[in-house]
Design a protein around this ligand. Structure first.
Ligand SMILES: Nc1nc2c(c(=O)[nH]1)N[C@H]1C(S)=C(S)[C@@H](COP(=O)(O)O)O[C@H]1N2
Ligand SMILES: [Mo]
Length: 249
């Protein structure tokens, strides 16, 4: 994993300022800079007034500053994200598989659902305790796809056209990794990555790709969007920064 100063950390993830989690403090200082410190609060207030929290047409890339309700922050590295419904949502599973598949939202709803209640933890420091997520175990979709012997990792793509994520095959097969359709006992709304997002319970929330549209089985880990910009690929809560409880205990 790349331990150097990250390439393109920018004001897209501006909350990192001052968060007391080791290397992140340095990243945050780099990321924010004088413009962020001076301009962010008034901009944030202006955006909140203007967007009323919806934020999907924000062309500034500052949407990470916006509250997303219930202690969440709204994150999108894409300035605008199309809305998908049961009518036009599709999830494709392809790559090193013998049975590629395309799922509609109804297809996913018809599969057995798993509900889990854990803390959501963003690497920048905010946490939302006891958040229910519900959906289809990723392992189920992988089993159905019949992975080839060369399969080693998964690459996730999103219909925002920009964000990507990755997991090793062992991580992806864990029982606490879901293709989530519901959060807080409601269908996933657009701002939280609906209708379908990845939910990787034991890892920092950046692993939980919103607006999930593609699951590609690969022969090696291809680092995701934030991972190319310096974040750990293995983002276990507590092991990446030594501060939180061990998720396995
Ligand atoms: N497609 C996409 N997924 C994403 C992100 C993003 O910018 N785009 N940000 C990640 C980060 S850093 C966090 S903390 C969570 C935020 O989820 P929320 O907007 O539901 O609070 O989404 C993660 N998944
Ligand atoms: Mo995050």
């Amino acid at each position: 994993m790349n331990e150097d100063v990250p390439k393109g950390v920018s004001d897209e993830h501006p909350e990192e300022r001052g968060t007391p989690i080791g290397r992140r403090v340095f990243l945050g200082t780099l990321a924010l800079g004088a413009v962020g410190v001076v301009a962010a609060p008034p901009l944030q207030r202006g955006l909140e007034r203007f967007l009323g929290g919806a934020a999907d047409n924000d062309p500034t890339g500052l949407t990470g500053l916006l509250p997303n309700g219930g202690g969440f922050r709204y994150y999108s590295v894409a300035s605008s994200v199309p809305r998908k419904t049961a009518g036009n949502y599709r999830l494709t599973v392809n790559g090193l598989v013998d049975r590629p598949a395309t799922y509609t939202l109804d297809d996913l709803r018809a599969l057995p659902q798993t509900r889990m209640v854990r803390d959501v933890q963003c690497v920048t420091g905010w946490r939302v305790p006891d958040t229910p997520f519900e959906g289809v175990r990723l392992s189920r979709l992988l089993d159905a796809a019949r992975l080839r012997p060369t399969a080693k990792a998964i690459r996730f793509t999103c219909f925002d056209g920009t964000y990507t994520e990755s997991l090793t095959l062992d991580q992806a097969r864990r029982a606490d990794v879901l293709v989530a359709l519901r959060m807080q006992d409601k269908d996933l709304g657009h701002s939280h990555g609906g209708p379908v997002r990845l939910y990787v319970a034991p890892m920092y929330f950046y692993k939980s790709a919103k607006w999930l549209s593609g699951i590609t089985v690969t022969d090696e880990v291809r680092p995701g969007y934030w991972e190319e910009r310096g974040y750990d690929v293995d983002a276990w809560v507590g092991r990446s920064n030594g501060r939180d409880d061990d998720p396995t205990s």
